[in-house]
Structure formats: C-alpha cells, structure tokens
Design a protein around this ligand. Structure first.
Ligand code: GDP
Length: 526
C-alpha cells in the first residue's frame, strides 16, 4: 500500500458557497451536529457571537451583519475525517473566498428555494468553474413556500451552467411539505418539524409503485409519481465522473433549520466527494501520496484570539505527513524551521496537532514571516501555484495625521497586505502610500485596524486610479519605463513594480507605447 494511503483516502476537504442568508451557517451547524462535534444547534452561532463581542475589529462585522473572516472546522463522520472551510459570504471579500477555494477539493452550494440562484452564488460558481471544483447542491428552506423545484433546477442549469442530477425529490413544499423521496435508494423520508432531527421516519420503498406511498402521502403520492416521470425525461442521472469533473451537480432538497435532508447529503458527500487531490506546483504536480511533506499557505488571519492579537497562517497539507516538531523548509526564505506550535481546528476548539495528512488544514502562529502562497517542503525547491492577487479596482491615498508614526503606518499597511485584506503601493516618487482593494469594505477594515492595532491615526484621500497592472520586462526597458511614468509607478507589498492607471484608456495607451513590457492583471504570490 502506498504511503499514508488509508489516511488520505478517508479525508474530505470542502467549503460551503452560498449567497448570504441562504442558510450556510445553519447547515454548517447541522453538519457538525452529525459529526458529533457540537452537542446542540446554536453553538456555532453562539461561538461566533462570543468572538464578535470580544474583538473590536469583529465588532464592525457585527454592526454590519456580515462575516469577513473564514475559519476551519474539522469533524469526523462515519469513517471519514471532514475538513470544512468557511468562506466569507460578503461580496467585497471575494478574493479571500477565492483563496479558500484553492485549498479545498470540492464545494457544497446552498440555494434558498424561495430566492433561487442569487448573484453571489453566480460569482462563486465562476471561481469553482475555473478550478473544475466538484459541487454538491442543497436546495434549502423547503418548509417555506418556495419556487417550483423544476424551475429551480432549470435556473441552476441555465444560470450556473452546470448539469443537475436530482438525488432526492421534494414532496410538496411549505405547509404541504411532506418529505423527500430518494431517487436512487428509494427511501421515503418523512418531514416532521416537531421530531428530533426533523424526521418522522425513513421508510424503504420498493419503488414508486409501492402502495405504502399512497397510505402515507395520500393524494401527494400521485404528484410525486408525476414529478418523477417528468424528471426521467428532463433530468440527468447521477454520474460520479461528471460530478468529479465539475460538470454535474447532485441536488438534494431539505430544510436545514429542521435538520431535514442534511444527513442524506452528508452520506452522499462522504461516499462520492473527491479524496485529497494532487496540487499544481510551478515545476510539477504533487500527488498527495508522495512521502515527503508539502503544504502551502492560503490564508492569514488576525485576531483569532483577541487576547493575543495573534496571526495565524493556514496551511493546506498537500503530501506526506505532518508531525509535531518536524523541521520543514520555508521555501521562499530558504530557511529551515521547526514547527512546534501547529494548531488543528477541530470544531469544538483549537487543539494542538500531533499529526496531519493531505487534505488537512493546519494553523501556524505567524509573526510576519509567512505570506500567502508560501510553500513548506522537506527540502525540495517547490512552489504551489494558483493563489493569485487580483488587480485592485478601488484605490485610496493614505494621509498620515501624526508624521512621527510613519514607521508604524508602514508596518501596519504591510502586515494587512500580507494577510490579503488589501494591497499596498509605495510611490516611486512622493511619500504617501496608496491602498488598493477589490472591494470597498476593506478600506474601513484597514483604518479601523490601523487605529486599534497599530495606534496610527490616518485618513483617506481619493485618488483617481481605476486599475493596476504588474509590470515585468527587460531591466533596461523597466528603468526607462520608471523614468517616463514615474508618477504612476509604485512598488507593491512584495517589492514588485506596479503601474496604476487613471483610466482604461490611459492603460491601453501605455501598453501600446511599451510593447516590450508585460502588464499583468493578476499576480501570483511569491
Ligand atoms: P447564511 O447567511 O447563509 O449563513 O444563513 P443562515 O444560516 O444564517 O440563515 C439565514 C436565515 O435563514 C436564518 O434566519 C435562518 O434561521 C433561516 N433558515 C436557515 N435554514 C432555514 C430553513 O430550512 N427554513 C427556514 N424557514 N429558514 C431557514
């Protein structure tokens, strides 16, 4: 047997993607309930609230009713080790979400049956499509009067451009919601909002012609038969290969708040979702079954513990086995480091990790040496790819109010950029930094944190930039370019030359004038 094979094959690492309010938190909670990770529903929300209450940065999140951070939860279900990565729901943090999606092997999409496909879901699915991420779908809130299930399936197929393979089918909805029929196991699951875990029983049927359907569902049995007949002509049968390729999504119906339908989903998930997949590096593809340990940082998060103002770098293990105290090579710095304080994020709490396998996420305390995209190996010069910076679309100039604080400002801005909240640009000429972001909300986060964590008071001034490009090319040409375009040239947080443009026209014009240089709209972390 290959190295660690059994441990790797029982791991499932995924994220939930949805539009805010579709039910992501609720379903997370129910999944953890089945995983035995929490004792009662309400804990996830309560813990989030507790965290909010003690951190002033998160106070801002609370006021705005959004979640700007993502966390990692691990639980065990049947024989499987499941890693669930939370993604921020808010639009402005799509870049952060993108990075989380580079660390998972599949995703779960939650759709509100009343609202159907919403715009945030469309954006998230675009990212999943880029990476061919396999997706399972849960259509939620069947206890409410939602839209016709055929219409919802049709909308998912058309708008999200993915084939649907219904796995269960709802019997009525809202007041008439009686449960679901599993198209493959032929199980009828009765909905009972009063019952524990929302289920009044699971009954195995011989098929749709089973007379017990009529006894239990009355006239709704005929409706179910008619629906399934229609489905046979209109829907796609489930094919694991198509799902794994990201071309087809198995669809489940339920009501997360009533825990209804969640277990069916979870069972299919652990049975069919991909095991930890190979990861692309610059020089080669890394298989999870390789013996040497490798991992990459996809997220850096501050203030996990408000008492310590600590920062944690989240690593996805890509191959080999992590053991506590092991020495690894921090490839970008070319340095050996011993990892003694890795944390694994169990849903209950943080615990120290003794060992971790491909698919697992480990958190490592970070004093500013780890950046997003950093690779750890056991000696090999390796760099995992696919964790880009996107060119910001919004810019602000930072005006420091106390000139004596310029060092603290630099430190704050650089660290926040390393976390991936924003990007910073130091002008080639002049003193004022420019902050760039993909979404506007990040500007508030930066000011708030500068003041509270770095004790720096500053204000923003508008700048007329609309886009940025990373510029590379031959040294002499670059020098010439810097001289000619000095007012638009900046150095980003990583030390790379960036051109900020005041308009698309200006950018096109500059690119035309400098055909020997390359202008990049995304930049991989290095
Ligand atoms: P998130 O923003 O996607 O994390 O959504 P939440 O899990 O916070 O849910 C948003 C709202 O929908 C909350 O008020 C939930 O109680 C409610 N909700 C979640 N699942 C269901 C469901 O199955 N039925 C109904 N009626 N409401 C639900």
């Amino acid at each position: 047997m290959k190295y660690n094979e059994q441990e790797i094959d029982r791991r499932r690492t995924f994220a939930i993607v949805s539009h805010p309010d579709a039910g992501k938190t609720t379903i997370t909670e129910k999944l953890l309930l089945f995983g035995g990770a929490i004792q009662q529903a309400g804990e996830v929300r309560a813990r989030k609230a507790a965290r909010h209450a003690t951190s002033d940065w998160m106070e801002m999140e609370k006021q705005r009713g959004i979640s700007v951070t993502s966390s990692v939860m691990k639980f065990t279900y049947r024989d499987y080790e499941v890693n669930l990565l939370d993604t921020p729901g808010h639009n402005d943090f799509s870049e952060d979400t993108y990075r989380v999606l580079t660390a998972v092997d599949s995703a779960l999409m939650v759709i509100d049956s009343v609202k159907g496909v919403e715009n945030q879901t469309i954006k998230l699915l675009d990212v999943c499509r880029l990476r061919h991420t396999p997706i399972m779908t849960f259509i939620n809130k069947l206890d409410r009067e939602g839209r016709d299930p055929f219409e919802l399936i049709d909308e998912i197929e058309k708008v999200l451009r993915i084939q649907c393979a219904p796995m269960t089918w709802p019997i009525g909805m809202g007041k008439r919601f009686r449960g679901t029929y599993h198209l493959y196991t032929k199980e009828l699951v009765i909905f009972d909002a009063e019952a524990e875990r929302g289920t009044g029983g699971v009954i195995s049927m011989t098929g749709l012609d089973d007379p017990r359907l009529d006894e239990l569902l009355g006239s709704q049995a005929e409706e179910l038969r008619a629906d399934v007949e229609l489905l046979e002509g209109a829907a796609h049968p489930f094919e694991e290969e198509a799902y794994r390729a990201g071309l087809q999504t198995p669809v489940f119906f339920g009501s997360a708040i009533n825990t209804f339908g969640v277990q069916q989903l979870l069972d299919t998930f652990v049975d069919h979702a991909p095991t930890p997949l190979p990861r692309e590096a610059v020089s080669r593809t890394v298989s999870p079954y390789e013996e040497p340990f490798t991992a990459f940082a996809f997220k850096i998060q501050a203030n996990m513990d408000p008492a310590h103002r600590d920062r944690i770098a989240f690593f996805r293990v890509c191959s080999g086995k992590f053991t506590r105290g092991m020495k690894v090579r921090h490839v970008r710095l070319g340095r050996e480091v011993a990892i003694n304080n890795a944390t694994i994020f169990m849903a209950q709490d943080r615990t120290h990790v003794d060992e971790a396998f491909p698919g697992d996420i480990i958190g490592i305390h970070n004093h500013g040496t780890i950046k997003i995209g950093d690779t750890f190996t056991q000696g090999e010069e390796l760099k995992f790819t696919g964790i880009p910076n996107f060119a910001p679309e919004h810019f602000r100039r930072v005006r420091l109010l106390d000139p004596l604080k310029s060092k603290a400002l630099e430190k704050g801005l650089t660290q926040l950029a390393e976390e991936g909240t924003t990007q910073v640009f130091r002008p080639l000429m002049g003193a004022d930094w420019v902050v760039g972001a993909v979404g506007l909300l990040q500007f508030d986060v930066v000011m708030h944190r500068l003041e509270h964590e770095y004790n720096v008071k500053a204000t923003y001034e508008p700048v007329s930039y609309v886009t940025a490009r990373w510029v590379t090319g031959e040294k002499k040409k670059i020098e010439e370019f810097q001289k000619k375009e000095v007012m638009s040239c900046y150095i980003d947080g990583e030390g790379d030359l960036t051109y900020l443009a005041g308009s698309q026209w200006r950018l096109d014009n500059t690119m035309d004038n400098w055909k020997d240089l390359a202008f990049h709209a995304t930049r991989e972390h290095n």
